[in-house]
Design a protein around this ligand. Structure first.
Ligand code: WAQ
Ligand code: MG
Length: 247
């Protein structure tokens, strides 16, 4: 059966134009398209960042032969008491994975707070590589490979962790991406993560204060500048299905 990519985006009218409220990505079979679209709209309407003024759902058929299948990154969790300690651990973890500029990189996080996508940062010279620096680069077109689990049910539940693991697995799978830092923009979700080679997906239980809407992502790029465009195309367009690791 054909596969479809569903993409939901919700925004509200802010002082300076539309503000992002929520978004989600699903890849489902034809028979699930209708139920999953409804579940995504429902989710947009119930988001803790507020009632949206506009919700868009795009449905796009995929050519199955282009779908890449990946194993989910290995997950570990680091417990911290404070956001400050969490950011310090993030730095140490990235350094342990060979990212020398980790401190300077983490200091750039505030620049991502207003962005809808991620900063794409060259880890060697700290050059920002996003074509549109206000928007950033969005990783899209990825989901779990679902056995018989209900696609609609999983689309309705906003599991930050599960969706982030899919995104992080896709992003780190590109040969020129060597890591990622993520802080949720949901005021009630303070757990974030870092990824990098041997770290896999390392959750850090507190990266910001409860109640703060300040979140963002940085994708760490290590490769020739001539391959940036291809990397962005991969992140945005290549359909990826992620197999959950057991246990
Ligand atoms: N591509 C690139 N950047 C994105 C994307 C995307 N598809 N979606 C969101 N962002 C950026 C954007 O700037 C957001 O403000 C920021 O990331 C955070 O997005 O293991 O909920 O969707 O429990 O709020 C981490 C889970 C949850 C940790 C992350 O991110 C865990 C989360 P959010
Ligand atoms: Mg969010």
């Amino acid at each position: 059966m054909a596969l479809y990519n569903l993409r939901m985006r919700a925004s509200k009218n802010g002082e300076a134009g539309p503000e992002h409220v929520s978004g989600a990505e699903k890849i489902v079979s034809e028979s699930d398209v209708k139920a999953v679209a409804a579940a995504l709209v429902e989710r947009a309407m119930q988001h803790p960042r507020g009632k949206p003024d506009e919700v868009n759902v795009r449905v796009q058929r995929l050519d199955e032969s282009t779908v890449l299948r990946l194993k989910a990154l290995k997950v570990t969790t680091v417990e911290v008491e404070t956001a400050e300690a969490g950011l310090k651990r993030a730095q140490e973890l990235l350094e342990s994975a060979g990212i020398a500029n980790a401190k300077k990189i983490l200091a750039l996080l505030p620049l991502t707070f207003k962005m809808r996508g991620a900063m794409l940062l060259d880890v060697h010279d700290l050059e920002r590589l996003e074509p549109d620096k206000a928007r950033g680069v969005r990783a899209t077109c990825m989901d779990y490979a679902r056995g018989n689990a209900s696609a609609a049910k999983s689309a309705g539940s906003n599991s930050h962790f599960k969706e982030a693991l899919v995104l992080a697995t896709k992003v780190l799978s590109h040969k020129n991406i060597c890591g990622e830092i993520c802080v949720s923009d949901d005021p009630d979700y303070v757990t974030g993560y870092v990824t990098a080679g041997a770290l896999g997906y390392t959750r850090i239980t507190k990266l910001k204060e409860l109640g703060s809407p300040n979140g963002g992502r940085i994708f760490l790029y290590s490769g020739p500048k001539s391959e940036v465009a291809e990397c962005i195309r991969y992140l945005q367009e290549t359909p990826v299905l992620v197999e959950e690791n057991d246990g």
